[in-house]
Design a protein around this ligand. Structure first.
Ligand SMILES: Cc1cc2nc3c(=O)[nH]c(=O)nc-3n(C[C@H](O)[C@H](O)[C@H](O)COP(=O)(O)OP(=O)(O)OC[C@H]3O[C@@H](n4cnc5c(N)ncnc54)[C@H](O)[C@@H]3O)c2cc1C
Length: 455
């Protein structure tokens, strides 16, 4: 390597881990075990200035640059072969201002760390349903979670971001500064720079009432038909999604149900606790449940409820759709293909895109599908490589059956790595505007390990 490279490397205060170093094999891994890649180096910056130095190093060395937040992206964008990974995991401080109801968090923070910090003040914002997901990737792509119907997407709560751009500049983006960058960051993913800090609006969310209602698989059609109407008018404090699943050994399910295929609704009431049961009551009317649990719990608890089902390193393949309706044809697809759900770890979820999410104008942020109503994900997760081909084929067949009932574009955070051509569709009506911002802040496409907007 050149002396310039060595000079820059010597300025980095965080770890620079290369092949042969202790910890290299751990450091190169991302969440999805499908991506067994070998970057030349993994840099773990300790602060914003170290991120600037890490980026200089990466650019001097050449090769791909991966920016890793929580490392959860299904396509494995957080690693690469032969390039540099800038792993933000040490940037995880969260500072809560309880009076202003805001929080500033490091770009490598996870939702678990963030939620714990804000919950200490009885506050929360919309984040992901698994605690180990990064706030970085999830927010920059949009951010769907239990609070979305009342509080909007994660991007709707983003107040500002500190960003290291491709040329090493440090910018603040907000409604008042670098507005074009701020607009593009809210949905445009990691295309525009490295977010070293994200500032969010918080909402009073003390304990929430959680309901999990598990039904026989034969009720899938009835459940989905019920849900498509129910969720349009249910009170907005209710976040809820239906699922097709293999039942885990949960204590509220009879043993005979463990490991068998079922359908279910997971609901989170973020309003006065004594009103939650009434809001969930219609769900119970669909059919007799196999088992159910309704209990108050802290907001961080519901957002870590499924963590045990999704340990790091499992093999994953994802498909997603946006749809204006859950048509009879889409429900047919869920009935037919859902019945083949291969593992207990697999998630087939239909998230609502309505309420506060749909009140934001489609061009106000880089998340244009405000009228989608439903975001479906088929996230297939397994452990034995011998099952890979079969599980990918099952996921694709499921998606092919759903696609005619959906929109051309989808939620970029539910896309895998083989759908690059769909990125343009996913930014319908705003793609050219995103390209213009990309040309301004990253003309050389340094940040291309993402659902890429080409300059
Ligand atoms: C178990 C699991 C649960 C999920 N649940 C939800 C959910 O409830 N709601 C939802 O909306 N999505 C969910 N997702 C999808 C999730 O939003 C995406 O996988 C997202 O990309 C993860 O972000 P990350 O930071 O963990 O991933 P990473 O792989 O680290 O990053 C993903 C992308 O974002 C970029 N990036 C990450 N951090 C930064 C940063 N600070 N600055 C600039 N670029 C950055 C990366 O370069 C990469 O392109 C889930 C995913 C998994 C695996």
């Amino acid at each position: 390597m050149t002396s310039t490279f060595e000079d820059i490397r010597s300025t980095i205060r965080g770890a620079v881990i290369t092949e042969g170093d202790p910890g290299y094999d751990e450091a190169r891994k991302v969440y999805n075990g499908m991506h067994d890649q070998r970057p030349a180096r993994v840099v773990r910056p300790v602060d914003r200035d170290d991120v600037v130095a890490a980026l200089r190093l990466a650019r001097e060395a050449g090769g791909d640059v991966s920016v890793r937040g929580g490392g959860h992206s299904a396509p494995g964008f957080g690693t690469n072969d032969g390039g540099t990974v800038i792993d933000l995991s040490l940037l995880k401080d969260v500072q809560v201002d309880p009076r202003a109801r805001t929080a500033r968090a490091g770009g490598g923070c996870t939702w678990g760390v963030f939620n714990d910090a804000t919950h200490a003040h009885g506050l929360a914002t919309t984040g992901g349903v698994v605690s180990t997901t990064g706030i970085g990737g999830l927010t920059l792509g949009g951010g769907i979670g239990y609070l979305a119907r009342s509080a909007g997407l994660s991007i709707d709560n983003l107040l500002s971001a500190e960003v290291v751009t491709a040329d090493g500049a440090v910018l603040r983006a907000s409604e008042r500064e670098n507005e074009d960058l701020f607009w593009a960051l809210r949905g445009g993913g990691g295309n525009f720079g490295i977010a070293t800090e994200l500032e969010y609006r918080l909402h009073p969310v003390p304990d929430v009432l959680v309901g999990i209602f598990v039904f026989p698989l034969e009720q899938t059609r009835a459940l989905f038909q019920f849900y498509r109407e129910f969720i349009r008018t249910a009170p907005e404090q209710l976040g809820a999604f239906p699922a097709v699943l293999i039942a885990p050994p949960l204590p509220f399910l009879p043993e005979s149900a463990h490991g068998t295929k079922k359908c279910a609704v997971v609901a989170c009431w973020a309003g006065p606790l004594d009103q939650g049961e009434a809001a969930m009551a219609p769900i119970r009317q669909v059919a007799a449940t196999v088992g159910e649990m309704v209990a108050p719990m802290p907001y961080p608890a519901i957002n870590s409820l499924f963590d045990a089902l999704l340990p790091p390193g499992m093999l994953q393949y994802w498909k997603g759709t946006f749809s204006k309706d859950l048509t009879d044809g889409a429900i047919d697809a869920h009935v037919e293909h859902g019945a083949g759900v291969p593992t207990v770890n697999t998630a087939i979820h239909v998230y609502p895109i309505n309420g506060a999410v749909s009140r934001v104008a489609p061009d106000a942020t880089a998340f244009p599908y405000r009228d989608a109503t439903f975001a479906t994900v088929v996230a297939t997760v397994w452990s034995d490589p011998a099952d890979t081909e079969r599980n990918i084929a099952w996921t694709r067949a499921y998606y092919q059956a759903l696609a005619p009932h959906g929109e051309p574009g989808t939620y970029i955070n539910f896309m895998d790595g083989d759908e690059g051509a769909r990125v343009k569709d996913s930014y319908r009506g705003i793609y050219d505007r995103l390209v213009a911002v990309k040309r301004k802040y990253d003309p050389e496409n340094v940040f291309h390990r993402n659902q890429n907007i080409k300059p």
